[in-house]
Write a protein that binds this ligand. Sequence first.
Ligand code: NAP
Length: 526
Amino acid sequence: MYDVIVVGAGISGIYQLYRLREAGLSVCLCEAGSGVGGTWYWNRYPGARFDSESYSYGYFFSRELFEEWRWSEEFAAQPETERYLNHVVDRFDLRRDIHLATRITGAAYDEADAAWLVTTANGEQLRARFLVSAVGLLSEPYLPAIPGLADFAGEWHHTARWPHEAVELSGRRVAVIGTGSSGVQLIPHAARVAAELVVFQRTANWCTPLNNRPLPASRHQELRRSFHDIYRACHASPGGFVHRPLPLSALEVDPGERLAHFQHLYDSPGLTMLLANFRDITTDQNANAAVTAFLRGKIRDRVTDPAVAELLIPDDHTFGMKRPPLEDGYYEVFNQAHVTLVPLAREPIQAFTRHGIATTNRTYPVDVAVFATGFDAVTGAITRIDIRGRGGARLAHHWAAGPRTHLGLQSAGFPNLFFVGGPQSTTGNIPRATEIQVDWVTACLRHMAEHGRRWVEPTAAAEAAWLSHVSSTVRGTALEHATSWAFGSNIPGKARAYQLYAGGIPAYRAHCEAAVERGYEGFTFG
Ligand code: NAP
C-alpha cells in the first residue's frame, strides 16, 4: 500500500509528488498520457503556447531551477514548456515514482481500512491511504455531437488530443470549429499553410494581442535577480500574475488619458488589457463600456471587410466577462482571400458529409477538421473517474448540481481525497493557485502523521459555507452572467455553477491558512 496516489503528471501533480517525497511519504503518480506535462503534453496543436509569462508560471520551489532554466521567449511555445516539465522531473529524480500510460478509472473508499482502492484502465488495482486528484482544470476535451462525423472521410482532430505525428495542413482544405483561446492560437498557423481555411464561429471573443518577444540573456539575468519579487508579485495579485491593476478608475481620468492607457496596454505583453487596466473595468458598467468600445474600434481597424469585422465583434458579452484569448495576427487572417468566416448563429452546422461540413446554407469541402471546442472543464476529468466515498456514494452524484467542496480541497463524504487544481479554488495563473493547495495537503498529511490520524474530511456545514462564499465572489462582477466553461455552460446538460474561485489568490491563501490556524476548522479527523 502506498501512502499517496496522485492522479495526473501535469504541473500541479509533479509538484505534489516533489513535496510528498520530501515529506518522506511513498507516492505513486499515475498519468494517463505516455509522457509527463499534462496540458503541455496533450495540447500540441500548431500555435499552442503560454499566454501568461512563462517565468511567472513555472515553479518557484527551487531558486536554482528558476535560475538555471532559460526561457527563449516571454511566452514559450508548447514544446519548450513540455521540455521544461521533463527537465524538472529528471532534475529532481521524480520519474521513478511516475507510472505513465496508467489511466485511473475508479476509486473506492474502504471505510474499515481508511484507504482508497484505485482501479486503472489496465485492470490493475492499487491501494493508498490518500488520493490526490491533480487531473487538471482543462483536460477533458469536449467534442460536440455533430451528426455524420463517423462517416467523414477526411482527418479530424481535437486541439487537446493533437497527435504526436505532424498533421499535414499544408495545401489542404482545413476547417476549424471554435474560436476560444485554442482556436485563436491555431487559426493564424492554419491560415499560413492551408489551401483554404474555413472558421466556424459560434461566438466571437474579445481577443487582445499577445505581443510576445524573445527573452535575451540580459532579460534572463534581470529575471534571475528578481526571483523573490516575481514570486511576491504573483502571490499578491488577485490573478497570480505579475500584472496589477491601476489604482485609478477609468472614469476619473480624461478621455484622452484613458485612450492612451488602453493603447499602451494593447501594445503590451500578455493579459495586461485585463489585468493592468483601470481598477474598475470589470466592475463598473461605464468603465467596462469604455474598454469594450476601444476594442471594438481595434477590430474594425484591423479587418478590412466591414461585414466580416462586425461578425468578429462579440455581441453577447463585454470585455472581461470571459478570459480573453490572446492573439498574434488573428484578425488579419480574415483579410485573406482563402479564409472564410462562417457565423454559426446565422448558418448553423447540420452535419459532416463524407467530404465536408454542411451548414444550413451550403457544404464546405474539408480535408482536415479541427475541433477547438474546449473542455468539460474543472469537474469533467474528475467525475469521469468512478469515485465512491463513504457508503459507496458517487462523487459525480454529490456534484450533480455543481461542485461542492470545502476550500476546493475536499468534499464531505470522501475522506482522504484531496483536489489540487480542482473546483472552487483555482483562479488565474494556475500553478500559483495550486501550489497553495499542494503545500496545504502536504502539511495536512504531516499533521495527521504527527497526531496519529487516519482520515480527514470536511463537514457538510463547511462545504455549504464555502459554496456560498464562492458564489459571492462572482456576484456583481462582469463574470456573473458569462456563458463560459467557468460556469459549465459550454456542456449540454451540465448544471450552471461557478466552478472556479473569483476571490483572488491572496484571499484564497488567507482562507486556507486561517482554517489551519483555527485547528483545521471545517475538517473532521478520525
Ligand atoms: P473554449 O474557450 O471553451 O472555446 C471553445 C470554442 O468552441 C468556443 O468558441 C465555443 O463557442 C466553440 N464551440 C463549442 N461547442 C461548439 C459547437 N457545438 N459548435 C460550434 N462551436 C462550438 O475552449 P479553449 O479555446 O480550448 O480554451 C479553454 C481555456 O483554456 C481558455 O479559456 C484558457 O483558460 C485555456 N487556454 C489557455 C491557453 C494558453 O495559455 N495559451 C491556450 C488555450 C486555452 P461558444 O463560445 O459559443 O461556446
